[in-house]
Design a protein around this ligand. Structure first.
Ligand code: GLN
Length: 476
């Protein structure tokens, strides 16, 4: 049982005065202290959180309306610019950096009364799938501390699995919300590309970076998305939200008559039989409830991982160019001229994985290789997007595993980047084509949780949340 009520119930209680924001913040902070051994958190924002809670309590006393997230504590992945603590993206190069402004997503949550209490661990710059690439420490899976929580939003996911707060924020460039949600047994939503502003979030790969909520229930994810989403002048890629919003899913109806496609390409080699069994059990339940389950093929999808690991490093190599040791972040003090300062600052500040991606990215963008790699990858990317669009002409949703396996052991994949990248094989497709996708808990395998992934067409986030809620109910 969670110590937190639903997000809507919490804010109603704060607004009515039956619980104070201060009590909630203290509860989250002491839960964080009690769970230190799992290393989900990089830093708390406790001073600012307590101040905000006190001011909300004061306003409630005066009879003011606070908002839809009145007094609700949350935890942000440490690549969100948030006041009250450093923003490091778990990298040494950003150690000591404090944000001069806040992420739009955080601003919108705060405007409705939410209170950030801590910053969560991640793979440095969100490069990874286990938090082992964090320059600071590895987060442990709450279900078994010998295992990874997934990544890169591993700290955010573990925080919710550990019940530290009602919700957390993650980013999903290639699966970083959905895969850790699956590994830790909670809900992780990657909205349609552009639905949540990326302003104030440390950029990884700008054409696939998406911000989303990590929660215990689909309904909570819907409420958080509703508050964060919509156009923002600070991010030109943002889109309008659904006119009905996302918060109320009560008109969800039933799954009866819904056409759900199982992606053939995700059932092949590499899929652990136990994970397959959980997927089969889920689709059987959906079928019994009246859904039509159809096998559907996206023939180019097996190329998605290769495409992602060209496009993504290309964009990373460009985005990480700003960390030059001159304007912010780590600057090598021993440098005697500008060139040396660049080299030393970047050489000392970036970890192995960031360097690997900068080198791959620069290579695939370099003259002579651009056509063979980057341009080719973009062509195949368009083909994959077209295949997704064609699939959604035939079915309402697609369903499949989130990752080929459950959580792996800490250390198991660290020396083999390719093996690590394979964990993303079923998530990167949605990022390359920009469609929304969600991971919901579907079962346990050898005492480790496993989720299933549901995807929908562009801008169908509302429909996606509805089917996810119905599936969540069917799974009990
Ligand atoms: N694991 C993937 C990678 O390493 C995805 C990361 C992400 O979504 N931030 O690139």
């Amino acid at each position: 049982m969670s110590q937190w009520a639903s997000i809507t119930d919490i804010s109603t209680s704060v607004q009515s005065g039956s619980v104070t924001a201060t009590e909630l913040v203290e509860r989250a902070l002491s839960a964080i202290t009690d769970a230190t051994e799992f290393q989900a958190i990089i830093a708390t924002t406790e001073v600012r959180a307590r101040e905000r809670a006190a001011s909300i309590d004061e306003r409630v006393k005066k009879g003011e309306m606070i908002g839809r997230l009145a007094g609700v504590p949350f935890i942000a992945k440490d690549n969100f610019l948030v006041f009250g603590a450093e923003t490091t993206a778990a990298s040494n190069i950003l150690k000591g950096f404090t944000a001069p402004y806040q992420a739009t997503a955080v601003e919108r949550l705060e405007a409705e009364g939410a209170i950030c209490v801590a910053k969560a661990n991640l793979d440095a710059f969100a490069h990874g799938g286990s938090t082992e690439n964090s320059d600071f420490f590895t987060t442990k899976n709450p279900h078994n501390s010998e295992y990874v929580p997934g990544g890169s939003s591993g700290g955010s996911a573990a925080a919710i699995a550990l019940d530290l707060a009602p919700f957390s924020l993650g980013t999903d460039t290639g699966g970083s919300i959905r895969q850790p949600a699956s590994f830790t047994g909670i809900v992780g939503l990657k909205p349609t590309y552009g639905l949540v502003s990326r302003s104030g979030v440390v950029a990884m790969a700008s054409s696939t970076d998406v911000i989303g909520p990590i929660t215990r229930t689909v309904e909570d994810a819907a409420v958080v998305l509703d508050v964060m989403s919509g156009k923002d002048d600070l991010d030109g890629t943002t889109i309008e939200k659904n006119r009905e919003g996302y918060a109320s899913l009560t008109d969800a109806g039933s799954v009866s008559g819904k056409r759900i496609g199982i992606i053939t390409e995700y059932l092949g080699q590499g899929l652990a039989p136990e994970v397959r069994a959980v997927l089969d059990a889920t689709t059987s339940k959906l079928q019994a409830a009246g859904a039509q389950i159809i096998e559907i093929s996206l023939p180019t999808l097996p190329m998605a991982l290769a495409v992602y690991y060209i496009v993504c490093p290309a964009e990373i190599s460009s985005n990480l160019g700003r960390y030059d040791g001159q304007r912010f972040g780590h600057s090598a003090s021993e440098a005697t001229n500008l060139d040396e300062s660049y080299k030393l600052s970047r050489g000392q500040g970036f970890g192995k994985e960031a360097k690997r991606r900068i080198m791959i990215g620069t290579y695939v963008l370099s003259s002579g290789y651009y056509d063979a790699y980057y341009k080719q990858a973009q062509t195949v990317r368009t083909k994959i997007s077209n295949e997704f669009a064609a699939a959604f002409e035939k079915v309402d949703f697609l369903i499949g595993p989130v990752a080929p396996t459950t959580a792996f052991k800490i250390g198991e994949n660290v020396s083999d980047p390719l093996q690590m990248y394979l964990s993303d094989v079923m998530t990167v497709g949605a990022n390359l084509s920009g469609i929304p996708a969600i991971s919901i808990p579907a079962g346990m395998v050898n005492e480790l949780p496993v989720g299933i992934q549901i995807m929908a067409g562009h801008n169908e986030d509302r429909a996606l949340l509805q089917i996810a809620k119905q599936t969540e109910e069917l799974l009990g």
